[in-house]
Design a protein around this ligand. Structure first.
Ligand SMILES: [Zn+2]
Length: 158
């Protein structure tokens, strides 16, 4: 039973999802409020999820629509049983400025942040000269791969 639950498709949502009848809980990636650096506000602020999607499900849906309308296969696509891609978009609740987007990959029960726009803001010590901060920050971002396990991140996984 637990294996069936874990091999199911994740649903991305801003709340827990249940299947009726029986009120059974769905395997769910819950996008909750997160603390991120806001370049407009100049500090870490609360960001709210304003949009999220299951990219793999939308891609499969798009393939079916194209195949029906064109009466031929326009592209081929195949995913592993437990592979999914999600996009999550957050907005600063203080300034409501430009949204920040994440690309999240699921492989079996592991979730990874595979992309982010804008890139992560890196806090620097005050002894770094102001005119060199940009270069130092870019070097740190380039050195560190943008791949994190969600188990240690701020997204919820239930
Ligand atoms: Zn802000």
């Amino acid at each position: 039973m637990a294996t069936d639950f874990a091999s199911g498709t994740f649903v991305v949502s801003d709340k827990r999802e249940f299947v009726e009848p029986g009120h059974r809980q769905v395997l769910c990636l819950i996008a909750t409020n997160v603390k991120l650096f806001c370049s407009t506000c100049g500090g870490r602020e609360a960001f709210r999820p304003i949009w999220f999607s299951d990219i793999t499900a939308e891609l499969v849906r798009e393939k079916v629509i194209h195949q029906k309308s064109l009466a031929k296969e326009t592209f081929r696509i195949s995913f592993g049983k437990n592979f999914q891609l999600f996009s999550l978009v957050f907005q600063c609740q203080r300034c409501q400025g430009l949204p920040e987007a994440f690309l999240v990959k699921r492989c079996e029960l592991e979730l990874f942040i595979e992309g982010r726009s804008p890139l992560e803001h890196v806090e620097l010590p005050s002894y770094i000269p102001k005119h060199e901060k940009r270069w130092f920050r870019d070097a740190i971002v380039a050195f560190n791969p943008a791949k994190y396990s969600l188990r240690s991140s701020t997204f919820g996984l239930l």
